[in-house]
Design a protein around this ligand. Structure first.
Ligand code: ADP
Ligand code: MG
Length: 572
């Protein structure tokens, strides 16, 4: 019996649908990319499951997706022979958003359509994007390996609810029928659909086919056949080969960019990428992209990492977090290994020589990609964009990846007394180049804000002597500097610590003067010590101030005042 029921969408889905319909107007053709990408995912999942149970193919192993247009019915249909869905799958997948960070996503919406549509692009709208162009969507699906009678039909107008019913579906897989809105006739045009798919989905893994009408034979004046008739047939309109398996020289910039959009579900072009085939002890291909913008949920603890894992071109899993360290979690792309077993699991990846070797290879690739970008003056703007979006994630690097500490630190950019602006543009190499004769340390200060850093009395003597100091005011900086103690064999030195010794930079005369001042003030110092008692560790004559009368410093091994404040705020 066809059991039919109507269910309400989860609240967030309702909100998302409204938002999408209204704010994705200028990007509406992305629904094709999303639905074709779901079909390709469904093929990937079937291939993976069939590794264990070949019967799931039901004698139909040529996985493909078919797109067709019906002008009379005003529909466009996307049909795949992938894994399909059971009734339970349908209810779970097409009625709720099970994505992490949904609440965060909604909290970031501004009401400004242009901004929100960027955000929604990052969120990955997926299946629901069908409602951008359709006022009714019908899904007919049957899971691989179950009886034809266990098909399911899902119908919705994209408002508050959807209807679900049991139907017969002889053919395994999923068919999605979009009833186009009144003004969306352009998607009834064969050419428009073809060109959109070629643009967005040329290099996905499976063939995307469209129906080609019969071509009648052409005869010349004498009645001879000059070109034979061609029967109507389904014809692939994309390359259908996975982009990463092609030779670099055969891939255009545009192809790389469009592939990125499919992999990352981003509207924007990537900032840059690295495609490498590694041969030798471990063999793998990786295609790794750096996005232009940080995702809205980059700081979520459970944000997924953006690497897909393939083994010998078979898709294995999303969010393969073991292939890059966490401080590079903004990288999107994929790894295709020739050495891992097809039945590899997250547990196996955990402690695996091959994984480790790919991870360290990927890390090197990304660090040198960034290094090249940083060095290239023509790309200065790109690097500045990168630093602004991802600099604070990269700062987790020295603590996480000891072996690459220097390489990571080389990429850092700070504000500095050299130009005294809040812009973080000074690299450590540039700092070292400007170091004074006799200076052997890299000086820095951490503070709550750029202004507090810039106006700190600790800087007075440094300014006077013309010694550059890095001005750090990001929340993570204090912590970063507890893990980054030297660079290029130069120690880092906080100017807020008591033992800053600039005497190497002073001449004999100054030193003598200073000794005299100290003697002169010794009785005052004693009085101050008595007056302050337990409140301080020590009172000293300072030669570091030029304008302020006094300054509070911390001992070399003590917490910085900044850190002390943080801990206090945290109730410690
Ligand atoms: P995502 O693809 O990011 O998971 P979507 O909104 O695009 O999100 O799809 C939601 C879920 O619906 C998918 O994860 C999948 O389980 C299911 N789904 C969508 N389209 C298909 C399809 N063509 N075949 C099988 N399952 C599908
Ligand atoms: Mg999807």
């Amino acid at each position: 019996a066809a059991q039919k029921e109507t269910l309400g969408f989860q609240t967030e889905v309702k909100q998302l649908l409204q938002l999408m319909i209204h704010s994705l107007y200028s990007n509406k053709e992305i629904f094709l990319r999303e639905l074709v990408s779901n079909a390709s995912d469904a093929a990937d999942k079937l291939r993976f499951k069939a590794l264990e149970n070949n019967d799931l193919y039901e004698n139909d192993g040529d996985l493909r997706v078919r797109v067709s247009v019906n002008k009379d019915a005003r529909t466009i249909t996307i049909a795949d022979n992938g894994i399909g869905m059971t009734r339970e799958d349908v209810i779970n997948n097409l009625g709720t958003i099970a994505k992490s960070g949904t609440a965060d996503f909604f909290s970031k919406l501004s009401g400004d359509q242009a901004k929100d549509s960027q955000l929604i692009g990052q969120f990955g709208v997926g299946f629901y994007s069908a409602f951008i162009v359709a006022d009714e969507v019908v899904v007919k699906t049957r899971a691989a390996g179950v009886d034809a009678s266990q098909g399911v039909e899902w119908t919705s107008k994209g408002e508050g609810d959807f209807t679900i019913a049991d139907i017969e579906v002889p053919q395994r897989g999923t068919e999605i029928i979009l009833h186009l809105r009144e003004d969306e006739d352009e998607f009834l045009d064969d050419w428009k659909v073809r060109s959109t798919i070629t643009r967005y989905s040329d290099h996905i893994n499976i063939p995307v086919q469209m129906f080609k009408e019969e071509v009648p034979a052409v005869t010349d004046e004498e009645g001879n056949e000059s070109s034979p008739a061609e029967p109507a047939k389904w014809e692939a309109i994309n390359k259908g080969t996975a982009l990463w398996t092609c030779e670099k020289a055969d891939i255009s910039e545009d192809e790389y960019k469009e592939f990125y959009k499919t992999v990352a579900h981003d509207f924007d072009d990537p900032l840059t990428w690295s495609h490498s085939k590694v041969e030798g002890k471990t063999e793998y291909t990786s295609l790794l992209y750096i996005p232009k913008r940080a995702p809205f949920n980059m700081w979520d603890r459970d944000t997924k990492n953006g690497i897909k894992l393939y083994v010998q071109r078979v898709f294995i899993m999303d969010d393969a977090e073991k292939f890059l360290p966490s401080y590079l979690r903004f990288v999107k792309g994929l790894v295709d290994s020739n050495d891992l077993p097809l039945n590899v699991s997250r547990e196996i990846l955990q402690d695996n020589k091959i994984t480790q070797s790919i991870r360290s290879g990927n890390t090197k690739k990304i660090l040198s990609l960034l290094d090249r970008m940083a060095k290239n003056e023509e790309k200065a703007q790109e690097y500045a964009t990168f630093w602004k979006e991802f600099g604070n994630v990269l700062k987790e690097g020295p603590a996480e990846d000891f072996a690459n500490k220097e390489k990571i630190a080389k990429l850092f950019r700070f504000a500095s007394t050299h130009n005294d602006t809040a812009e973080q543009s000074v690299g450590l190499d540039a700092y070292i180049e400007r170091m004074k004769e006799g200076q052997d340390k890299i000086y820095y200060i951490t503070a709550d804000s750029f202004d507090a850093a810039k106006n700190s009395p600790h800087l007075e003597i440094f300014r006077k002597k013309g010694i550059e100091v890095l001005l750090m005011s990001d929340r993570i900086d204090e912590w970063l500097m507890s893990h980054l103690t030297e660079y290029s064999e130069k120690q880092f030195q906080s100017v807020a610590k008591a033992n800053v010794d600039l005497s190497d930079l002073d001449d004999e005369e100054t030193k003598k003067e200073q000794e005299e001042t100290e003697k002169e003030f010794s009785s005052f110092v004693e009085r101050a010590k008595t007056a302050l008692g337990d409140k301080v560790k020590d009172v000293k004559v300072s030669h570091r101030l030029t304008e302020s009368p006094a300054v509070i410093t911390t001992d070399e091994n003590d917490m910085n005042t900044q850190m002390a404040k943080l801990l206090e705020a945290a109730g410690q």
